[in-house]
Design a protein around this ligand. Sequence first.
Ligand SMILES: [Zn+2]
Ligand SMILES: [Zn+2]
Length: 453
Amino acid sequence: MRPAWISAMTVLTLTVTGADGNEGWFWHITDFHWDFSYWDGQLSCNGQNVSSPGEFGDYWCDSPYSLVLESITKMAEVKRDVDFILWTGDSVPHVPLVNLSQSRNQDIVRNLTATIKSAFSSIPVYATFGNHDYYKKDQFPPHGNDIYNMTLLLWETWINDSSQLENFRKGGYYTVKRNNIRIIAMNTNLYYTGDQLTVNVSDPADQFAWLDSVLTQAVTNNEKVIITGHVPPGFTTPRKVMWMRPQFNIKMNEIINRHATVIAGMHFAHEHHDNFRLYYDSKGNPSVALFIAPSITPWRYIIGSEIEPKHNPGARLVKYDRESGRQYDIQQYYVDLPQANKDGNLKWKLGYNATTEYDIPDVTPASLETLVQKMSSATSQKFLKFVLWYNTNATEFPCNDTCHKSVLCGIKNMDESAFNQCLQNDISFATMLTPRMTLPLVILPLYVLNTVV
Ligand SMILES: [Zn+2]
Ligand SMILES: [Zn+2]
């Protein structure tokens, strides 16, 4: 736990304004995973005997409705006057398929949509699907279907652009323009390893062609772009799992690299932990930052003998420039879950301001590269902070040299072959500084099928 005086100090630093005073804020919330059975069935609780479930949740289980409702209500108390909200899906809980149905999943998404609308009535929300939101989970089809059509009815007023309705009906994706900022909301669940309907499709729902053309147009129009979606490209670490099918990860990265100059930031989800990754240009300079936001759900997985560390609910505010798109800062909030249950009162605590916590001027790719250099050993102060916030201040899970190497390789290598090469390289940080090394090594892919989050 951070001493109160540090939090007070970080709040004071918020008065520092952006370069031209044109800064705005947006929330990023994700992965509510509302367990409708929390009080009478505990279907999401990993088979654990949760004999006295907390009012606002339990580390073994998905979110009770009290956590969903209070987290949204209290967000509006922290900051209601944001420009917009990014909401990156996974509203449906980790429960057996037999307890779900198309209509039940739709009811869950409808309920969460209404809850967010009632707390932030006039604020547009740019919402994307999570892999759990489809019925059956993960199986997003690369063409029109009822779930796209029904969800569009819920989100249409937020999208507020009739030219985008066809894209949404076809594949659950769209773009909107705000001032000079273009937001691209993707349905990257189509690329997820768990999706059996897109295995042999080269461009599911034509989303890659669309993304490429929207970004090409953004270059012509001198726009700056924020890309959002659920399943991120690259590898989650320290587990070393690539979420996208290899061919889709390659295509996504190619398009991002080709248009990196107009991309102000990428905001994704699905991992339930606080993390980030970097793209690099052909000269090895950092070009695009991809942020992973922690989940609202405190649920943690059990895979064989592996138990996910405890993590608290999280929500974040991002400060950005409305013209240049430059990402100034991230204010990461979290709920101290045991404390909230004890008090019978949910509070969002300010965990950190990225700039003060990590001692960087902003959260641009260049500044994050500086941070990565300061995280050069498993015991470095900045890396220990990163590890603490990875689990939203719930537990200090041990991250040894091997774990540290995996984390840094994941931050610096979006491509499968480069990531694998990084793992094979010497542990020394110097070798990690060359993300585009092409050693003639034959390495078995670490890509594994995993559909848990
Ligand atoms: Zn997910
Ligand atoms: Zn999730």
